[in-house]
Design a protein around this ligand. Structure first.
Ligand SMILES: Cc1ncc(COP(=O)(O)O)c(C=O)c1O
Length: 427
């Protein structure tokens, strides 16, 4: 039977290659770090989410080993059957305290936190307003729910307000609702249900705290102001900002002064706060309780492995005393690298506040070829092309870590200069 389909898949793979969007997995031997070994090459790694260098830290590895001895390898269960250990409850308490929220629930990833969120708390007759640059996990999570969808232009508060106004100025839904002719009912269902005719019952604005492909920070204060004005809940995915931004590393929500104004925070332990995995949703206590009861990615998926749970707890408990200090180096490194690249004439994305430093190349093939040429010079970075970024916005996303040395950054800048000149990207 498969023979009938093989050609279809082969053609699809060829299309990806022809478009220059083929993603080659570089296989690292040994540990994650600023210097890695891929095949027979030793490379400087400038594309990890390992912002504070914790992914292979001896300190975290020791904490993980201790947890392995104490709790064993796995739970063999989802949370509500017999997969909840004391360490899960301890982590959830610590997450809530650390991020100034009422309660929290942990997931095996932030992707799961996001896909398990929207359909749990929103239904037909509700509305979700989502930034166009939100992470794929928000997009997929939103797709799963029956709420009416509004997509606003990236950080465009005028566009968001225009759409909020449109939805909230509709008539209240009559009770019981008038029956719709079946053709109309189908059209409505495709557009997010009957809600598209009436004022939504529940409104949620969803945004990344830092947009992952661009490294720019969301306008969270303005979003919270609009939410107050139009009666909306606010959800922030702070995966790239938790442990990075804000006076105390609590993220973009701290930087914007809205820790007590948002309703839902999702984030990951897979980036600055450890680098292994694990995610969570924090926020209003009733919402968190509803997630425990109904969120499908916790009800139907094994609990976060205890070793990761305990290590995440270790990171949060020791963040202020041990790890927060790395943020100064991260900031200094980010500033230095950006400055040197700008001097060379590269077009950089981002606002310079975050360690994500996109080197804009625009053309798909150019980004892929440049990443390949840099690889040959011993620099490991990736070309980001469609569908990861919009067509015509291809780039190399450089990510700085506090663990990068000045020498490593200088070598990388030099390689960019050489390749940039060879490819006539800079003069
Ligand atoms: C904004 C954002 N949200 C969610 C995720 C998913 O996080 P995790 O790796 O924990 O699933 C990512 C990871 O790339 C991200 O950048």
């Amino acid at each position: 039977m498969y023979a009938n389909y093989q050609k279809q898949f082969e053609d699809e793979l060829k299309e990806i290659k022809d478009a220059g969007t083929w993603k080659e997995e570089g296989v690292i031997e040994g540990k994650q770090g600023t210097e890695i070994k891929v095949g027979d090459k030793t490379l400087l790694n400038f594309c990890a989410n390992n912002y504070l260098g914790l992914a292979s830290s001896d300190d975290l590895t020791r904490a993980a080993k201790e947890a392995l001895d104490k709790y064993g390898y796995g739970t063999g269960s989802v949370r509500f059957i017999c997969g909840t250990l004391t360490v899960h409850k301890d982590l959830e308490k610590e997450i809530a305290k650390f991020f100034g929220q009422e309660d929290a629930i942990c997931y095996t990833s932030c992707f799961d936190a996001n896909t398990g969120l929207f359909e749990t708390i929103l239904k037909e007759g509700d509305a979700i307003f989502s930034d166009e640059l939100n992470h794929a996990s928000i997009i997929d999570g939103v797709r799963l729910c029956k709420a009416e969808r509004f997509r606003f232009k990236n950080s465009d508060m005028g566009d968001l307000e225009r759409q909020l106004k449109e939805a909230t100025s509709r008539p209240e839904k009559p009770s019981p609702p008038a029956p719709l002719p079946s053709a109309d009912a189908k059209a409505m269902a495709d557009k997010g249900g009957e809600g598209s005719k009436y004022k939504p019952r529940r409104i949620l604005i969803a945004t990344d705290g830092v947009f992952s492909m661009d490294g720019i920070t969301a306008k969270l204060k303005e979003i919270c102001d609009l939410a107050d004005k139009y009666g909306a809940l606010v959800m922030v995915d702070d995966s790239h900002a938790s442990g990075v931004l804000g006076k105390n590393g609590r993220g973009s929500i701290e930087q914007a002064g809205v820790m007590d104004r948002i309703d839902i925070l999702t984030s990951t332990f897979g980036k600055a706060l450890g680098g292994a995995g694990g995610g969570f949703t924090a926020g209003r206590k009733e919402i968190i309780q509803v997630l425990h009861q109904r969120s499908r990615t916790t009800l139907f998926s094994n609990a976060l492995p205890p070793m990761i749970t305990a290590t995440a707890l270790y990171v949060l408990q020791n963040f202020d005393s041990k790890f927060a200090q790395y943020r100064n180096q991260l900031e200094e490194n980010t500033k230095y690298f950006r400055g040197e690249m700008e001097k060379l004439g590269f077009t950089l994305g981002g606002d310079g506040k975050h360690a994500i430093t996109p080197v804009m190349l625009f053309e798909e093939k150019l980004a892929a070829n440049m990443a390949r040429a840099l690889f040959e010079k011993g620099i490991y970075v990736r070309g980001f092309t469609y569908p990861v970024v919009p067509k015509g916005k291809a780039r190399i996303r450089v990510q700085i870590s506090s663990a990068h040395t000045k020498e490593q950054m200088d070598s990388t800048v030099k390689a960019f200069e050489e390749v940039g000149k060879e490819m006539a990207i800079i003069k």
